[in-house]
Design a protein around this ligand. Structure first.
Ligand code: ATR
Length: 280
């Protein structure tokens, strides 16, 4: 079948990405004659790649590590949420203009809402970390509206800067590790946005789980491994858990929607990813 629209992914290195298999499966499932390809592009070629995509009539693309910040220089517009986050992961060709978005945070919130089946308006949430992933998550949570959000980070000043980035931050507080540890029994949801516990350092945990609130949800953005040591510990202490697969699928779903105007089959996207990750 001839592909009528082409979509891409820019990253370096790109070999492990599950986006092509997830997006192409969804295109064919929706009967869309589109194709998605991952391009391994080092930083020194990023500008030419973005210009080349436009010259070739590419309809849109995703951006991943290490280009999410740098790519903003080469776009025609960047939407408000992506500007606050300070990074773009999804680009749409609108009338020959590259418009940049960030669907990471929205994708995460979608996976969280699917898990809780509820609004987050009454939730008291702790976010561990203040890097790129935390920026996306905190921004999207603030747009969604939560009762209270605390940020704690090894480097305190980065957590303070993150709070300042978010326009409406009266319900956001910044805590030292010690302060946040004391408050642990008060949180409904604890989100690890750091890389602590990610393969190959799978024996590390980012937070204690022996003083969690009853029915606390521990959410790790990591999906390699699918169940981090932290999630396993949280589970054995009675917590509900959520791994990072939902965020990956969610960001892809919002990108798919921006490109096609069609909301994809989230369960099917999730199944495709899980098959490739060796899960259920
Ligand atoms: P990403 O884009 O994946 O979020 P990042 O921007 O490099 O990556 O941010 C990594 C986050 O994990 C930071 O909050 C970092 O803490 P610092 O700001 O103090 O560097 C946190 N992090 C990484 N390794 C950590 C460790 N061993 N212990 C605690 N926090 C760690």
């Amino acid at each position: 079948m001839r592909a009528e629209k082409l979509f891409g992914l820019l990253g370096y290195p790109i070999g492990h990405s599950l986006s092509p298999v997830m997006q192409n499966d969804q295109f064919s499932n929706q009967g869309l004659p589109f194709f998605y390809h991952a391009f391994n592009v080092p930083t020194e070629n990023l500008k030419e790649a973005v210009e080349g995509f436009k010259a070739l009539g590419i309809s849109g693309f995703n951006v991943t590590v290490p280009h999410k910040i740098e790519v903003m220089k080469y776009l025609d517009e960047v939407d408000e949420e992506a500007q606050i986050i300070g990074a773009v992961n999804t680009v749409v060709n609108q009338n020959d203009k590259w418009i940049g978005y960030n669907t990471d945070g929205r994708g995460y919130v979608e996976s969280l809402l699917n898990k809780t089946g509820d609004t987050l308006k009454d939730s008291n949430i702790l976010v561990i970390g203040a890097g790129g992933a935390a920026r996306a998550v905190v921004t999207a949570l603030s747009f969604e509206g939560v009762r209270h959000l605390a940020i704690t980070n090894r480097t305190y000043s980065k957590a303070e800067s993150l709070k300042e980035r978010v326009p409406h931050h009266s319900n956001i507080s910044v805590l030292t590790t010690e302060e946040a540890e004391k408050e642990t029994p008060a949180y409904d949801i604890i989100i690890n946005t750091t890389s602590v516990g990610m393969s190959p350092e799978t024996d590390k945990t980012p937070w204690r789980t022996d003083n969690l609130k009853e029915n606390c949800l521990c959410s790790d953005l990591i999906y390699n491994p699918l169940k981090t040591k932290w999630l396993a510990e949280a589970e054995s202490n009675g917590a509900d858990t959520l791994n990072g697969v939902g965020m990956f699928v969610g960001q892809g779903a919002f990108a798919f929607y921006k490109w096609t105007g069609v909301w994809p089959d989230l369960n099917r996207m999730n199944d495709v990813v899980m098959q490739h990750l060796g899960g259920k």
